[in-house]
Design a protein around this ligand. Structure first.
Ligand SMILES: Cc1cc2nc3c(=O)[nH]c(=O)nc-3n(C[C@H](O)[C@H](O)[C@H](O)COP(=O)(O)O)c2cc1C
Length: 183
């Protein structure tokens, strides 16, 4: 697909068909993440591909947060519940990790954000849809423990599958709102 069309067509997809995602496509997606630029070329990312039960386990950890009576959750955490349901409905979940290193926090997170965008754009290029999910942050430690990587930081997750919705473009600021003049 033409590059600019991929950028313009990309949407956050929250409904997927039950069609499986071909392994070849997942390989392409990870390869596009691998080729991303990174601060000092540190390539600070690790990706884990989850399907079926192991994917649903992540969603359940997120949903369990809302079953607990011992904590009063702030309202903004409610989006975690709908993100967990998207994960349940998606055929594939990619978890994105980094090694914990305070000194490299900003550079690593910027680099990983760029790599995740590569993933989301390549998904569109392959006829797939994706949702970038940060709501894993509230249960980060439990998820890391459950997949056996307590030592790593879970930065984000990406739900991927064939889209079962085609949302129109979400609102964006106009160019003159985001351009500022030098003083
Ligand atoms: C860093 C980042 C984190 C996000 N986390 C979530 C999330 O946890 N749950 C969710 O439903 N959407 C999440 N989104 C998707 C945004 O809500 C979405 O990009 C925004 O509303 C604009 O819509 P669009 O992607 O369709 O253009 C995230 C997007 C980004 C870039």
């Amino acid at each position: 697909m033409e590059f600019e069309k991929v950028i313009k067509d990309r949407r956050s997809i929250r409904k997927f068909t039950s069609q499986e995602v071909e392994n070849e496509k997942l390989k392409n997606i990870i390869d596009c993440a691998r080729l991303c630029q990174s601060a000092k070329n540190r390539q600070p990312w690790s990706f884990m591909i989850l399907k079926n039960e192991s994917k649903n386990k992540v969603a359940d950890i997120m949903l369990n947060l809302f079953e607990r009576n011992d904590i009063d959750l702030p309202g903004y955490m409610n989006s975690s519940k709908s993100s967990a349901n998207v994960i349940k409905n998606a055929p594939v979940l990619i978890l994105v990790f980094r090694e914990k290193d305070e000194d490299w926090m900003i550079g690593d997170l910027l680099s990983i954000g760029a790599a995740i965008e590569h993933i989301c754009l390549e998904a569109v290029n392959l006829g797939l849809g994706a949702l970038w999910i940060r709501d894993t942050v509230y249960t980060e430690n439990e998820i890391c423990k459950s997949v056996g990587y307590e030592n790593l930081q879970l930065v984000s997750a990406i739900a991927i599958g064939y889209p079962a919705e085609s949302p129109s473009q979400r609102p964006r600021k106009a160019t003159d709102e985001i351009l500022i003049l030098e003083r």
